[in-house]
Design a protein around this ligand. Structure first.
Ligand SMILES: NC(=O)c1ccc[n+]([C@@H]2O[C@H](COP(=O)([O-])OP(=O)(O)OC[C@H]3O[C@@H](n4cnc5c(N)ncnc54)[C@H](OP(=O)(O)O)[C@@H]3O)[C@@H](O)[C@H]2O)c1
Length: 302
């Protein structure tokens, strides 16, 4: 069967981490994926231009919005641009989908929360229905996008946290690049989350396309909660022999690692609603580190 015999999912985003994995992962699903980059659909542009770019895809069986302004610190300097791309454009996309009755899957983030945990407990994972309270311009813009998408009955929001793989520009690949040139790294140990790999997020997107639900879902891997320092240590522990020199990770406090945007101290996402509704179990993030290493080594053979 030729790939075009499958219904087409339109993915907005092309070179981004998730968009690329959606394209690759589609080989295992009964869908044909068409990705469009900002050269075709610029989400910072006027509504009419976005709608014109989407017009050729009126027969898509679903739209996945994997595009976003993702530079968390830079968003503090460009809040209007972040809001246009993350907050306003998803509403335009939702309007397009609504007129044509096309399900829309939109990706959001743990940064819509204030970092105090469920009920301010500081230590209990957030459920999808918990109140949001973004702490930075990026989080505010992403929350606006969620609201715009959920205003459409065919919209679904998948919140991801600490997204990584061996291909993209993310914490996993950054740690490896740093470890190649340093013998010691100081990493924040008092921000707590639970990572998710791009493959698991892509699979979740296809599951929601296959059995659409007008819901917000939390897509984080299973496994112990961790800090950025804990994540880094796990990455280095899983390194194949002789790939990296010995590296020491020193724990530091977020207050000693200044960033333009404030980040949540605790943003673990409770994934049980997704697992229950889709009768599935997300993998342990530590197992997905092994996959990320395999991916990394295909791109950077030693
Ligand atoms: N990275 C994380 O740690 C993380 C964590 C939680 C949630 N998320 C969310 O997960 C989703 C996917 O993130 P990602 O890491 O895959 O993002 P990414 O690698 O930074 O890629 C961003 C994507 O957005 C597109 N884009 C940026 N500006 C655009 C514009 N003006 N018009 C159209 N497209 C534009 C890019 O388009 P081109 O293809 O043309 O370059 C690219 O495909 C996003 O919604 C993000 O907020 C990410």
């Amino acid at each position: 069967m030729s790939p075009t015999a499958h219904p087409t999912i339109l993915v907005i985003g092309k070179s981004g981490q998730l968009a690329r994995v959606l394209q690759a992962e589609s080989a295992f699903w009964p869908y044909h994926v068409t990705c469009i980059g900002r050269d075709i659909c610029d989400l910072s542009g006027p509504n009419a231009a976005i709608l014109e770019a989407l017009a050729p895809y009126k027969t898509a069986c679903a739209v996945i919005n994997a595009a976003a302004y993702t530079q968390v610190d830079k968003a503090e300097d460009e809040p209007d641009l972040a809001m246009q791309i993350n907050g306003h454009a998803p509403g335009v996309i939702a309007g397009f989908c609504q007129r044509l009755n096309i399900p829309l899957i939109h990706i959001s983030t743990d940064y819509v929360f204030n970092g105090r945990g469920r009920n301010g407990s500081g230590r209990t994972a957030y459920r999808p229905s918990d109140p949001t309270a973004p702490m930075n311009a990026y989080g505010l813009s992403k929350r606006a996008g969620e609201k715009a998408v959920m205003a459409y009955a065919g919209g679904a929001v998948l919140r991801a946290s600490w997204l990584f793989d061996g291909y993209g520009d993310n914490f996993f690949t950054k740690m490896i690049e740093l470890a190649k040139t340093r013998s010691e790294l100081s990493i924040v140990s008092d921000q707590i989350g639970r990572p998710v790999d791009t493959t698991s997020l892509a699979k979740a997107c296809f599951s929601v396309v296959s059995n659409h639900s007008h819901s917000i879902y939390h897509i984080a891997c299973n496994g112990a909660e961790t800090s950025w320092a804990g994540f880094a240590k796990a990455i280095f522990r899983a390194a194949p022999p002789a790939v990296l020199p010995d590296i020491a990770v020193t724990n530091i406090a977020a207050k000693d690692y200044k960033t333009k945007a404030v980040r949540p101290a605790y943003s673990v996402l409770d994934n049980r609603k997704f697992q229950q509704d889709y009768q599935t179990r997300l993998p342990d993030w530590r197992d997905m580190i092994d996959l990320a290493w395999q991916q990394y080594l295909t791109v950077h053979p030693s």
